[in-house]
Design a protein around this ligand. Structure first.
Ligand SMILES: Nc1ncnc2c1ncn2[C@@H]1O[C@H](COP(=O)(O)OP(=O)(O)OP(=O)(O)O)[C@@H](O)[C@H]1O
Length: 275
């Protein structure tokens, strides 16, 4: 059997200024091609965990423990080596597309620079590949979109551009931190569909953070539940949804059911979650 693509052992993250521990002693693995979802209430340490893997927490935030990506201990890499891994081997899809793109430059410039940094493609090759990837995430008029600035596009469009970029970069791991939270319901479904298609096409693994268990149910093979910086439960999605052991997980699952029933009722009986 192939080794895990990501192995996190005894990750501890703390705020140097206050001494507050943000993640206590977190260990988990992601198998190649599988999706591990981290769920939990706001402030439980999900984003800090993702940023620790990417080594992107703010400078006052310290971390210890061992993070291995494809067998390589990321903590030992120089910042330059880490930059080569980010994007090409690990792609991050963030909650707000706006924060992922430079607001002062058209989207196409960002896309071209990212691709040129990792591949030696010519300008015309980049345009052709970007056009085809953007069409496959159902973005209309891709060339027009490449000329737009981030503020001229909707949140759902920016998320799909990030997914298109991941399609072109073909990373081994995608870290998606609440990629659907800021979107309206229709865009949420479109983005989840595209993330599922992306996994199918490039076979990448995924670390998927969300507090929306409906979305998690569509994507996750395995789930970690975090609370106050600690992993309080873990297991396969199937087992966790039907047979949660921890009271907190049961609360999450039943809150999801109530929301889901309410949603079905207000939609006049149409169950979008099962589309
Ligand atoms: N730059 C920072 N400086 C100090 N504390 C921070 C910083 N970033 C996050 N924290 C703290 O770390 C804890 C975990 O935050 P984190 O953003 O990981 O939570 P989360 O589970 O992702 O929540 P959400 O679902 O709201 O995004 C919180 O108590 C937060 O206040």
């Amino acid at each position: 059997m192939r080794k895990n693509i990501l192995e996190v052992s005894h990750l501890r993250v703390w705020d140097e200024a206050t001494g507050n521990v943000l993640v206590r002693d977190s260990s988990f693995q992601v198998r190649p091609g599988s999706c591990l979802s981290i769920v939990g209430e706001s402030g439980s340490g999900k984003s800090v965990t993702c940023r620790a893997v990417m080594r992107l927490n703010k400078s006052g935030i310290r971390q210890s423990g061992d993070i291995r990506f494809d067998g390589v201990e990321l903590g030992r890499l120089s910042e330059k080596e880490m930059r080569n891994i980010r994007g090409k081997q690990i792609c991050m899809i963030l909650q707000h597309g706006m924060s992922a793109f430079d607001p002062s430059r058209p989207i196409g410039v960002h896309v071209a620079e990212t691709l040129a940094r990792h591949y030696g493609w010519s300008k015309s090759e980049i345009t052709a590949k970007a056009k085809s990837a953007m069409e496959s995430v159902r973005l209309k008029d891709p060339i027009g979109v490449l000329h737009k600035y981030p503020h001229q596009l909707s949140g759902g469009m920016l998320q799909r551009i990030m997914i298109a970029l991941a399609l072109m970069l073909e990373p081994d791991l995608i870290i998606a931190d609440e990629p659907t939270t800021a979107l309206d319901t229709v865009s949420q479904f479109e983005v989840v569909e595209q993330l599922m298609a992306l996994r199918e096409r490039i076979g990448c693994a995924m670390l998927f953070v969300s507090h929306d268990l409906g979305v998690v149910g569509k994507l996750a093979d395995d789930i970690l539940v975090m609370k106050e910086g600690e992993i309080v439960e873990r297991g396969s999605a199937e087992v966790l949804f039907s047979n949660a052991r921890h009271a907190y997980t049961r609360e999450l699952v039943s809150a999801k059911r109530v929301l889901h029933e309410h949603f079905t009722k207000v939609m006049g009986g149409v169950d979008l979650a099962d589309r």
